[in-house]
Design a protein around this ligand. Structure first.
Ligand code: TXA
Ligand code: MG
Length: 324
């Protein structure tokens, strides 16, 4: 199949038509690009798993355009409405009890469903034109780095889907914060641009999930994620230069991924994460993909800076415990 890339109004209408016919299309969101299918259609959900090569016990996020859409798929709660009013549309996913209409294929057999209201205008136009809840994981091949541009999606999914909607570089750059609202306390299962502190300020309580990742939580988190196709290492700021030289001596053409401030002090090849935590979130996935042109990547350990918590979550997943 040939994969078309389009950014016109008629491309959005074509995408909506394809979704209604049970096909898949990739579309931009403010976090990362999504691979969408009709969330209420078992066969479309199965296609999503097949195209990504994703384990089918890892449930999908259902994308809606406005609060009223919740009533068609889940049991709304006062907490969910409060978070919706505070942060949506935006980079937040809420887990609620699902209605029976949402098939097991979409939710990985759970009695809960993850809901998100993206703010990207093309995502919103698409959901409205299709008139459907759209199940969409990140539009990468399973275990590869999440895509933040149409070109990233094309590199992973060319020939596998009919259409990619182009909507520029994803503004936020890392996936949405996931908050589970089905337990005793609101629990953040995946950190993102919206912090647990911000959620707590609205609901009165909320915390990050600290325990071991179990089946019953966000199952996607138990898999190795976000990995470039070259080895990735984590290193403290003061060790970056020597670690890079060490790899060079072994004949490995390594690149350092670091903040702009740190990059200035290095003489090795560097991919900059910019000056702020927001910049780092925006740039990290593009940096990880760019690192694939090198033999290895050494990434600055930013865990001493609280505001880099969400970016560090993705960096730790990419480096998977490899420390230099
Ligand atoms: O920003 C985002 O959320 C992007 C864009 C496309 O919207 N989507 C995204 O989807 O990151 P994906 O499939 O890559 O990640 C979905 C995560 C997984 O960790 C999955 O396990 C979790 O959400 N999840 C989905 N439904 C769940 C549920 N009912 N209970 C617990 N975790 C759930
Ligand atoms: Mg993903």
């Amino acid at each position: 199949m040939t994969t078309k890339i389009g950014d016109k109004k008629e491309d959005v209408l074509l995408a909506a038509k394809l979704l209604k016919e049970g096909e898949l299309v990739a579309f931009p969101t403010e976090t990362v690009y999504g691979l969408g299918g009709n969330a209420l259609d078992r066969e479309a959900a199965k296609k999503i798993y097949a195209v990504k090569g994703r384990p089918s016990d890892n449930p999908l996020i259902v994308h809606l355009s406005k609060w009223e859409d919740v009533y068609a798929v889940a049991y709304p709660t006062a907490q969910a409405k409060a978070l919706y009013d505070a942060f949506c549309p935006g980079p937040l996913t809420m887990i609620l009890k699902k209605l029976p209409i949402v098939p097991d294929e979409t939710t990985g057999g759970r009695d809960t469903v993850a809901l998100r209201f993206p703010s990207h205008p093309i995502a919103r136009a698409l959901i409205e034109a299709a008139g459907l809840p759209i199940a969409a994981p990140s539009a990468n091949v399973s275990k590869h780095v999440s895509p933040t541009s149409a070109w990233h999606v094309y590199n992973d999914l060319d020939g596998k889907i009919p259409l990619i909607l182009e909507g520029g570089d994803s503004d936020v750059g890392i996936e949405s914060t996931i908050v589970d609202l089905t337990g005793d306390e609101p629990t953040v299962l995946r950190p993102g641009a919206i912090t647990a502190e911000q959620i707590k300020a609205v609901l009165g309580s909320a915390d990050y999930y600290h325990g071991e990742i179990k089946e019953a939580l966000a199952p996607g988190m138990k898999y190795k994620h976000y990995s470039p196709k070259v080895p990735c290492y984590l290193a403290k700021r003061e060790k970056l230069q020597s670690a890079c030289e060490g790899l060079k001596k072994q004949g490995i053409d390594a690149v350092v991924i670091a903040t702009e401030q740190t990059a200035k002090s290095l003489s090795s090849a560097v991919i900059s994460l910019g000056e702020t935590a927001k910049d780092a979130q925006h740039r990290i996935y593009g940096a990880l993909r760019d690192a694939e042109k090198f033999g290895a990547a050494i990434i600055e350990d930013l865990s001493d800076k609280k505001e880099y918590f969400a970016a560090m979550d993705r960096i730790k997943k990419a480096t998977g415990g490899n420390i230099l």
